[in-house]
Ligand binder design. Structure first.
Ligand SMILES: NC(=O)c1ccc[n+]([C@@H]2O[C@H](COP(=O)([O-])OP(=O)(O)OC[C@H]3O[C@@H](n4cnc5c(N)ncnc54)[C@H](O)[C@@H]3O)[C@@H](O)[C@H]2O)c1
Length: 255
């Protein structure tokens, strides 16, 4: 541990898996106190256990980010535990792929509820606190699909585009109050969120065998490679960055 965010209180949503879990672990490794929040209680407890096992500070919280009340309670719980919130990582997400003319109302509601409203609720809940504290860092996890789309991802792409613009709006409105808000756009990262999409593209093995056709680096990203960027944006090393769209995609959108 080198203490790059020593003592900062962090809230990470979707911390039970993939990028959220890696981010929670990375933030804790560098001295953050981390509220690990997820809709999946079992998996988020595993994340917390792995942090505590190596001497880190974390506790779990069960949240449904598509519920504003649940998100408010999540932030209140972090404050009750540690008196402040310095970093919010709005990472929880779903990817329910399909051709738009076949997509159900439920899929649309859930995608927008988790990916868009979840991030809006998170920002709204934490902003009064960050204003009172005199600053903070909000990191929204969007996707390359916030910038370019892919087959079967019209609804997901719409939700991720919203995340990019939410970030810019928040960044503008609170820049003078020391609150930074940035968005990360990952390329294809090896996590379960992609499994349904991969099936539509011919299976996960096929996607990985042909990945250099769309991701020039020639391999999927690892969750920790996104978590490293989350850590940087959370830290004071990124003190001049707000409203930034940080693409971390192995070259995908350079083509
Ligand atoms: N993996 C990729 O290739 C990739 C690429 C670009 C962007 N992203 C984004 O990264 C973020 C994290 O995804 P991941 O790849 O780690 O996927 P993942 O499926 O491994 O993790 C997502 C987590 O979000 C949680 N979650 C889902 N709905 C929730 C809700 N309503 N409330 C709280 N938690 C909920 C899940 O339980 C899960 O633990 C998502 O926003 C995703 O869109 C992922």
């Amino acid at each position: 541990m080198t203490g790059r965010i020593e003592g900062k209180v962090c809230v990470v949503t979707g911390a039970g898996s993939g990028i959220g879990r890696a981010s929670a672990i990375r933030l804790a490794e560098e001295g953050g106190r981390v509220l690990c929040a997820d809709v999946n209680e079992t998996s988020v407890r595993e994340t917390v256990a792995s942090i505590i096992a190596v001497g880190g500070v974390a506790r779990s919280f069960v949240v449904d980010v598509s519920s504003s009340a649940s998100v408010e309670f999540m932030i209140a719980t972090a404050v009750e535990e540690w008196r402040r919130v310095d970093v919010l990582v709005n990472n929880a997400g779903v990817n329910l792929p399909g051709l738009l003319h076949e997509v159900s109302d439920e899929t649309i509601e859930r995608t927008l509820g988790v990916n868009v409203k979840g991030q809006i609720y998170g920002c709204r809940a934490v902003l009064p606190l960050m204003l009172a504290q005199g600053g903070g860092s909000i990191i929204n996890v969007s996707s390359v699909n916030g910038i370019v789309s892919e087959p079967f991802l019209a609804v997901y792409s719409a939700s991720k585009g919203a995340s990019v613009m939410l970030t810019k709006g928040v960044a503008l409105d609170y820049a003078k109050q020391g609150i930074r808000c940035n968005v990360i756009c990952p390329g294809w990262v090896d996590t379960p969120i992609n499994y349904a999409h991969a099936e539509m593209l011919g299976g996960l093995q096929h996607v990985y065998d042909t990945i250099d056709s769309f991701q020039p680096i020639g391999r999927p990203g690892e969750p920790r490679e996104i978590a490293n960027v989350v850590l940087f944006l959370a830290s004071d090393e990124a003190s001049f960055m707000t409203g930034s769209v940080v693409v971390v995609d192995g070259g995908m959108t350079s083509q």
